[in-house]
Design a protein around this ligand. Structure first.
Ligand code: NAD
Ligand code: RBV
Length: 435
């Protein structure tokens, strides 16, 4: 079997770590159990290439896909997000993994290429599972003839969905796509509550700084920004938000956060985190005005939210430890930059906790099954982007309720009719409902 990981001697530790978080991946395990109990292998025949942070939680997703009948090959969607013990553990289980923490950008693309073909050239995926859109763009651009035969792709994150919609608009998306991010049970949980826990984990592991009493600035108040702002508030920081969208700005204000222009607050901030999925948010126009010693980091998908390209040219970099750099600007000010501007929760910590990733990955698994099950129907058309149907979204939530000890009340027929539902078992909301 072909593979490339950092160190196979870490495999046994990786296997023990997977076991440690298994019980928290409750809904995903239950989904697999239900199929197996029925004697079904809904992904039999599926050949999935995955490109998603190769860490412990993702091992749970990979195991689920294999347990449901799929063959898989895997790489990480970020150069810093691999857990080397997880990667080794999956290789030990017989999965071709191409991922290690701290790879170069060139190695990153090499790994993606290696997940598309076996050495004999016999294997090419018939499904893609992506996070951020790099794998999807790579296959569509480099192998368009092959891409036209792929059954579909499921996409994990907000930025990847933006890229899918762009490709679809330009007629460059050669396969059907399922937008996993906009399942309610993904973005309203992973992006909010996942980041609420893993952002601070990243900052603390990297710097060991005291957050209470500090001034924290959260750029962007979408789902991720909401989680990050809550997290800082919970820890006792004074929190400022920056926004461009008046709706999100009022939401921030009414949650007790002062909303200011970045240029008016940057000189007071002790910690700044970008959460926008946008480029050039912390830019050369404001960077020289930071408070010296500021901790600067990003939790959005790509490293262009903070203008790291400018910082490379205009600051003296000293590595304190991997993924933590001291940057000295020409005016003498110091910036502590985390994960070189890449996702801080995955570069400096281990990503989201397993329970919330179980919710995201149950959606991913359902999306893969949907695409595969409908490979010969016209339900999912090439070049179009679909969201997960409401019934399945509610089912993902239902699968996760027991683990939290949640008791659900039950509608009567009369009540269901009164509020306009087709069934006492849901769907409980219309597609327009915003949660
Ligand atoms: P979102 O669209 O809900 O929120 C982004 C917000 O940023 C919006 O409200 C937008 O108005 C605001 N914004 C855009 N440009 C801005 C600017 N220049 N200044 C201030 N605000 C600005 O998106 P989201 O779901 O919160 O995702 C944000 C990013 O985080 C994406 O890149 C996504 O892929 C990524 N993400 C990362 C993780 C993680 O674990 N690291 C988890 C989920 C999502
Ligand atoms: N994310 N994955 C993890 N495997 O630990 N943590 C966060 C993990 C995902 C999350 O779903 C988000 O949308 C995406 O990473 C951004 O790349």
């Amino acid at each position: 079997m072909d593979y490339k990981v950092k160190d196979m001697s870490l495999a046994d530790m990786g296997l023990r770590e997977i076991e440690l978080c298994e019980s928290e991946m409750a809904g995903l395990t239950e989904l697999v159990r239900q199929y197996r109990a029925k004697g079904e292998l809904p992904l039999k025949g599926a050949r999935i290439t995955g490109c998603l942070h190769m860490n412990i939680k993702t091992c749970g997703l990979m195991d689920a896909l294999v347990d449901l009948g799929a063959e898989i090959r895997w790489s990480s969607c970020n150069i810093f997000s691999t857990s080397d013990s997880s990667a080794a553990a999956m290789v030990k289980k017989g999965i071709p993994v191409f991922a290690w923490k701290g790879m170069t950008q060139e190695e990153y693309w090499w790994c993606i290429e290696k997940t598309l073909w076996t050495e004999d050239g016999e294997w090419f995926p018939n499904l893609l599972l992506d996070d951020g859109g790099d794998l999807t763009a790579y296959v569509n651009e480099k192998y368009p003839e092959k891409a036209k035969e792929i059954i579909g792709v499921s996409e994990e994150t907000t930025t990847g969905v933006h890229r899918l919609l762009e490709m679809a608009k330009e007629g460059k998306l050669l396969m059907p796509a399922i937008n996993v991010n906009d399942a309610v049970t993904k973005s309203k949980f992973d992006n909010i509550y996942g980041c609420r826990e893993s952002m601070l984990d990243g900052i603390m592991r990297a710097t060991n700084t005291m957050v209470a009493g500090k001034i924290a600035v959260v750029c962007g108040y979408g789902d991720v920004g909401k989680g990050c702002a809550q997290s800082f508030k919970g820890m006792g920081a004074q929190v400022y938000v920056t926004e461009v969208d008046p709706i999100c700005a009022i939401q921030a204000s009414m949650s007790g956060f002062a909303v200011k222009k970045l240029e008016n607050i940057i000189d007071k901030a002790d910690i700044i985190v970008t959460t926008t999925g946008n480029c050039d948010v912390v830019h050369p126009g404001v960077l020289p005005n930071v408070k010296s010693g500021v901790i600067l980091c990003n939790i959005g998908h790509f490293d262009n939210e903070i203008d790291t390209a400018w910082l490379r040219e205009n600051a003296k970099w000293t590595e304190i430890k991997p993924q933590v750099h001291k940057l000295e600007l020409a005016n003498g000010k110091v910036i502590i930059l985390l994960a070189e501007g890449r996702l801080v929760n995955l570069g400096c910590a281990a990503g989201h906790p397993p329970f919330v990733m179980s919710m995201s990955f149950t959606n991913q698994t359902i999306a893969q099954i949907e695409l595969w099950k409908n490979r010969d129907t016209n339900k999912y058309e090439r070049g179009k982007v679909y969201t997960i149907p409401k019934e399945l979204d509610e089912e993902v939530a239902r699968l996760h309720c027991p683990h939290l000890g949640i008791e659900l009340d039950k509608l009567t027929e009369k009540q269901a009719k009164y509020i306009g539902l087709a069934s006492v078992d849901g769907p409980f909301k219309s597609d327009a409902y915003r949660y």
